[in-house]
Design a protein. Structure first.
Length: 342
């Protein structure tokens, strides 16, 4: 009898263990990725910050971008992403300080780029909550994902990140939709205005074409419409497109568009152009900028070397300065950046 009881106990224990193993959600290994970058820039008017777009503002200096580290973990239907960065590009140049100002290197020592969790209810429907890189725009903070090292006016004046909750639904193999509620304030971990902004996205991806129609509206943060698209026109030729219109109180805002043609000349070297037109609305200065940026990408493993020449023009002489600090119609700069992604 004791033997039978022992055998039954062992069978029950084995069955329980098997059931627990069978029901345990699948877990992926912890993924670690990131990047590091630095640059040298020479402004031909010998002015730092002469071109008022984000990052790479120093003149005649070997300067740091940022060290970025991202962690990702998936257990069953739930996943988690945490990303943190150190250095000017990932700190005070991309997130405001407590008083709402930028460019104060003494006010923060790191920046949380992403901190969010996602739950996939089905293969088609998922929800995400937390602090996320924005779905608006073509360029991003991390230089690894951009062809050009310097950034556009559309990027600089649009949102970098949004905190909130969003739902994603895959309508078909080609179409997807997103609807979310966000803090009514861009680029901050908390908001004084509450979760009073709504955002939406319609996405399309098929073969060589991907496109995203984006919208966000908040009483405090304003209203922005944005289109981004990528067209792989040939095996080695790609065209990126970004167009946006932003409005806020008092006729403030902007409108603009940018084209990003690029060609892979060899397996390791590509050449790309960013051609941008940007118009400030009446309440934001009522002036416009035309900017052309020519960049090369030389890749060796995870390393990318980016030589870049940029020429920006403004006929009203209200944006740029010459070497004597007098108003100028144009500004030009050359830089070379080193970016390593892992």
């Amino acid at each position: 009898m004791k033997k039978v009881t022992l055998i039954l106990a062992l069978m029950l224990a084995s069955a329980t263990t098997f059931a627990q193993d069978a029901e345990a959600p699948k877990s992926t290994p912890l993924e670690i990725s990131g990047s590091g970058d630095l640059y040298y820039k020479y402004d031909f008017a010998k002015q730092s910050g002469n071109i008022p777009t984000s990052f790479a503002g120093d003149h005649n200096s070997v300067s740091l971008g940022m060290l970025d580290i991202a962690l990702k973990k998936t257990v069953g239907k739930a996943s988690f992403v945490g990303e943190i960065s150190f250095g000017p590009r990932g700190q005070y140049e991309s997130i405001p300080n407590a008083d709402g100002t930028y460019n104060d290197s003494n006010s923060n020592s790191f920046h949380i780029q992403n901190l969010y969790a996602t739950y996939a209810f089905t293969d088609k429907f998922s929800m995400t909550a937390g602090y996320m890189g924005t779905f608006i725009g073509y360029e991003v903070i991390s230089p690894v994902a951009n062809f050009h090292y310097s950034t556009s006016y559309l990027f600089t004046n649009g949102p970098f990140q949004n905190a909130g909750v969003k739902a994603n639904y895959k309508v078909s193999d080609k179409f997807g939709v997103m609807l979310g509620a966000f803090n009514d304030q861009w680029n901050v971990y908390t908001s004084d205005f509450g979760i009073k902004a709504i955002g939406a996205q319609l996405s399309y991806a098929s073969g060589p074409v991907s496109a995203y129609l984006n919208f966000m509206d908040g009483k405090n943060s304003g209203t922005i419409f944005d289109l981004t698209a990528t067209l792989q026109l040939a095996e080695k030729f790609k065209l990126g497109i970004n167009a946006a219109d932003y409005s806020n109180d008092g006729d403030a805002g902007y409108t603009g568009f940018a084209l990003y043609p690029s060609v892979a000349l060899t397996d390791s070297f590509g050449l790309g152009l960013r051609a941008e037109y940007f118009q400030y609305k009446e309440g934001s200065g009522d002036t416009d900028v035309t900017a052309f940026t020519l960049s090369g990408n030389y890749k060796v493993g995870g390393l990318t070397i980016i030589p870049e020449f940029r020429l920006d023009s403004n006929s009203d002489k209200v944006i740029f300065e010459d070497s004597d600090l007098d108003p100028s119609k144009s500004a030009s700069q050359f830089l070379i950046a080193v970016v390593y992604g892992f």
